[in-house]
Design a protein around this ligand. Structure first.
Ligand code: HEM
Length: 617
């Protein structure tokens, strides 16, 4: 990809191979004064930002020499990502500094994960993250494959990276020591433009039991808005009537889009086409028929503009200048939802939104902040679902025998009948039967998530603790404050977990019969090392909704349509904050109705009333 000797950044890649198991001495001149280290981070960050902006304005990426070299260093289609990369790292390091400050003052007696050194003091790993973003942790772990965990030092801060599947699951179980709430608070402030009054509520400062010197109310089960909102989200998205309503609404809208397809075929960019359908359908399911997206399709672009550069918004630095599209996208969505609430359209929203809004009002949020929240809900509901749907469909279409087998499976969950009212031929896909009748489709779905899903769970270490693997007896002392990272990109691609074909897409990998052929230890490692939806208390509550939506949408396309010109594109460079990788560019296809399914009206059944086909438990 890049020519090493041309760039100083390559030195980081080489030198990180020289890993050090020695404990590093505290950095004397930085001491434990986080203000000093934050100031240095900020200075370097701002210099980097200035440089990045300068380069962005002046460079011609097609030329050679310094500028050409830089272009080579930025992989795939990411030549426009240099500024986001710089800013993402600044924000990341700022956050790391905040959550792990004074770490060097509290070393834990020698049993913490070994330090993975960098030859560039203080900033080596910062530069590595800048260069490689999410892939950086995978790159580091490849250099020390036998290590269950390692420690990164950035200035006086510690980041623990956990690679061993049983340790990862042990970390997920310990929500008391490893907290997520502080990151939610941080991103609400930086990303969603919540007012200062709203931030007090989010930080728990207005809660009845608030004590500035007492326990963190957002931690664990404290009486706080964040905890209440989390419970609302989990309740509404767990199997039951509320989820059944959401599933029905989203699939009705998906069916509407399929039924609107021209019988002569439609030429579309496949990723974009799926993105637009899923975004519109999700908005309708969550916010009801009078959701702003139904009236203004431009909001779909606004949401994805926000998604594309949201890391830059976290910087809270000249947003209209460095991330104008993301800034405008966020503003457009906020304005549209402010009007939606003024008009009372939320009366027709899902019970998820109605409960959420009631809770917001109870805790004292103003109307502006309630509208500010919506971009976050829509982002979570679509960002990973769209990419997963696209990859699942692309992989199935790329293999004719896989396509034929999955078509045969899907046909068993489809009922064709004449509509009693219109007399038209209808095909109903029962979205509750995939698990029982479509094992290869479900296995391919999980393999897709293993292959393109590389989310990193991040927690703040709020209490010094010992992390012990119940199976391997490996044990580490983790100091507080620090940040702990659980990168699924490492375990999802590990040959010691998946075997020598870990980097091959194997649709049959998650079949019961395939798993039964493995020894018990491998089965355990695979079960613990596969976590596309995170884990523990913050395991993705939307996983059931997403699974039903993705399988149903892809199943209907597979059965009812030919997709001409499809291919599996390259996986794009993975920016910080992305869970599922995106494709490089789009794939131009022609979607036409299949022989025998030309005049069919599509519909979806949920006979299980909210039970979905999810097997990710
Ligand atoms: C394929 C689709 C999806 C994937 C791969 C995915 C993945 C994830 C991951 C990795 C996390 C972080 C968990 C952790 O750190 O332990 C997460 C959190 C979350 N996801 Fe999803 N997600 C998907 C779809 C959805 C959908 C459709 C919704 C909403 C309808 C949703 C709502 C959420 C929420 C609210 C959280 C935060 C949970 C918390 O704070 O406890 N996700 N998701």
């Amino acid at each position: 990809m890049s020519h090493p000797k041309h760039n100083i950044l390559h030195a980081v890649e080489i030198e990180t191979t020289r890993v050090s198991t020695k404990r590093q001495r505290p950095v004397a001149f930085l001491g434990n004064k986080h203000l000093t280290s934050n100031a240095i981070v900020l200075t370097i960050g701002l210099v980097g930002l200035g440089l990045a902006l300068h380069i962005k304005r002046t460079m011609d990426f097609n030329e050679t020499g310094f500028l050409g070299t830089t272009a080579v260093v930025l992989p795939d289609d990411n030549t426009s990502m240099f500024v986001p990369m710089v800013c993402a790292v600044i924000v990341g390091v700022g956050i790391i500094s905040r959550f792990s400050r004074t770490a060097t003052s509290r070393s834990n007696g020698g049993n913490e994960p070994p330090v993975l050194g960098s030859p560039i003091p203080f900033v080596g790993h910062l530069i590595g993250m800048l260069r490689w973003q999410v892939g950086y942790m995978q790159m580091l772990s490849a250099k020390c494959q036998s290590w269950p965990a390692f420690t990164l030092r950035i200035f006086s801060s510690r980041v623990y990276v956990i690679c061993d599947p049983s340790l990862i699951q042990a970390a997920y179980r310990n929500a008391k020591a490893f907290d997520f709430g502080s990151f939610v608070v941080e991103s609400s402030e930086r990303l969603f433009n919540i007012s200062q009054e709203g931030m007090k509520i989010i930080r728990g400062e207005t809660a009845p039991g608030y004590d500035p010197n007492g326990p963190f109310l957002n931690g664990n089960n404290g009486d706080s808005f964040l905890n209440e909102d989390h419970r609302i989200m989990v309740d509404a998205l767990s199997p039951g009537p509320a989820l059944g309503d959401l599933n029905r609404a989203v699939l009705d809208r998906v069916a509407g889009s399929l039924n609107g397809m021209s019988s002569n075929g439609e030429k579309v960019g496949l990723y974009r086409w799926m993105r637009d359908i899923i975004t519109t359908a999700s908005a309708e399911a969550i916010y009801g028929p009078q959701n702003p997206f139904s009236a203004d399709q431009g909001l779909v672009d606004a949401l994805w503009d926000f998604e594309g550069d949201m890391t830059l918004l976290m910087l809270q630095f000249l947003p209209t200048f460095i991330a104008p599209k993301a800034y405008r996208g966020r503003a457009a969505i906020r304005d549209a939802f402010a009007q939606y609430y003024i008009d009372g359209h939320d009366k027709g929203a899902s019970s998820l939104i109605r409960s959420h809004v009631a809770s917001c009002k109870k805790w004292g949020f103003g109307d502006d902040d309630i509208a500010n929240f919506e971009v976050s809900t829509l982002f979570l509901a679509t960002t990973n679902t769209v990419s997963t749907s696209f990859w699942l469909l692309s992989y199935i279409l790329s293999d004719p025998s896989l396509l034929a087998e999955i078509r045969a499976e899907v046909e068993t969950v489809v009922t064709r009948k004449k509509s009693e009212t219109t007399g038209e031929e209808c095909a109903f896909v029962d979205a509750t039967l995939f698990q029982s009748y479509c094992p290869l489709l479900v296995s391919t779905f999980h393999e897709t998530l293993r292959f393109v899903g590389a989310a990193t769970s991040v927690r703040s270490v709020v209490a010094s603790t010992t992390l012990t693997s119940p199976t391997s007896q490996v044990s580490y002392s983790l100091s507080s404050p620090a940040v702990i990272q659980l990168p699924s990109g490492i375990t999802h691609s590990s040959t010691s977990i998946w075997g020598p074909d870990a980097d091959v897409f194997n649709p049959a990998r998650f079949l019961t019969s395939t798993k039964a052929s493995l020894d018990k230890e491998t089965r355990r490692k695979q079960a613990q090392g596969y976590f596309p939806f995170g884990g523990g208390k913050h395991l993705c509550p939307g996983r059931h909704f997403a699974t039903t939506e993705i399988l149903s949408f892809v199943a209907a396309i597979i059965l009812g349509f030919e997709v001409e010109g499809s291919k599996v594109p390259e996986r794009a460079f993975q920016k910080l904050g992305t869970g599922v990788r995106k494709p490089v560019g789009d794939v131009q296809v022609n979607i036409i109705r299949r022989n025998g399914w030309e005049n069919v009206w599509w519909g979806f059944d949920l006979r299980g009333n909210g039970e979905d086909s999810d097997s990710s438990e």
